[in-house]
Design a protein around this ligand. Structure first.
Ligand code: SAM
Length: 205
C-alpha cells in the first residue's frame, strides 16, 4: 500500500463510514450475529458497538494498520473479545467451519477479487452459518446505474479500489449462499450513486 492508502484513506473511510446516520443501518446488519464471528474489512471498528450480546468472539480481518489502531477504543470497550486475526479477506487464515456468523459492511466494494473473498467466507462458516452484510453497489434504477458506471473509474482511484457498481446480491448468490433476508434501498443522506445499499443475511447451505 502507498502513503495515501496507508495514512490518509483510513481517516477518510472513518469519516465517511463513521457518520452517525449510518448507525441504525449498522445495528440492523449486526442483528442476529452470534457465537464466533469473523468480520472482513473491519476498518476502524465502527460495528463493534452494535455486536449483539450473543456474540462470543470476533476475528477481525483488516489490511490497514491505521484502521486497526483507530479501532482501539471501540475494541477495548467491546462486550466480546475482538482480535485482529487476518489481513486479507481473499485468503482467510482459518480452518473450514470455524465461525457461526460473518460480517461485512461497505467492504465487498473494495476487495479486488470479491468472488474469492465470498468463497472464503463460505468456507470458514459452519453449515447453517449466517453472513450479514450491508454494501453499496449496483442501483435498482437504470439512470442511477448510468452515473455509477461513469463515476466508477474515478471512484476506484480516489477510494482505494472501491467500485460503485458491483451486483452485491448476484455476487453473494454466485458464492453459493442462500439469501434469507434482503433489502435494497437508497440511504437517505447520500447521493444515490453512492448510497444504493443492499442489506441482508445469507446462509451457508
Ligand atoms: C469502506 S471501508 C469499510 C470499513 C468498515 N467495514 C466500516 O463499515 O466502517 C472498506 C474496508 O475494507 C478494507 N479492505 C480493503 N481490502 C481488503 C481485503 N482484501 N480484505 C479485507 N479487507 C479489505 C479496507 O482497508 C477498509 O477498512
Amino acid at each position: 500500500m502507498g502513503i495515501y492508502e496507508d495514512r490518509l484513506l483510513p481517516h477518510l473511510v472513518d469519516l465517511t463510514c463513521g457518520s452517525k446516520f449510518l448507525d441504525a443501518t449498522r445495528e440492523r446488519t449486526c442483528a442476529g450475529l452470534h457465537g464466533r464471528v469473523v468480520e472482513i474489512g473491519f476498518g476502524s471498528g465502527r460495528n463493534v458497538p452494535f455486536y449483539p450480546a450473543a456474540v462470543k468472539s470476533v476475528s477481525a480481518v483488516e489490511p490497514a494498520d491505521l484502521g486497526w489502531k483507530m479501532a482501539a477504543e471501540r475494541v477495548a470497550a467491546a462486550t466480546a473479545p475482538v482480535e485482529r486475526a487476518g489481513l486479507d479477506g481473499q485468503s482467510l487464515p482459518f480452518p473450514d467451519d470455524s465461525f457461526d456468523s460473518a460480517l461485512s459492511t461497505w467492504t465487498l466494494c473494495t476487495i479486488p477479487d470479491v468472488a474469492a473473498a465470498l468463497a472464503e467466507v463460505q468456507r470458514v462458516l459452519a453449515p447453517g452459518g449466517t453472513f450479514h452484510f450491508v454494501e453499496h453497489g449496483r442501483a435498482p434504477d437504470a439512470k442511477v446505474r448510468t452515473w455509477q458506471n461513469r463515476l466508477n473509474p474515478i471512484q476506484k482511484v480516489i477510494a482505494g479500489g472501491c467500485h460503485l457498481n458491483r451486483d452485491i446480491r448476484g455476487l453473494v448468490e454466485a458464492a453459493g449462499f442462500e439469501i434469507r433476508d434482503l433489502d435494497v434501498f437508497y440511504e437517505a443522506h447520500t447521493p444515490k450513486s453512492y448510497g444504493a445499499l443492499t442489506l441482508g443475511v445469507a446462509v451457508t447451505p
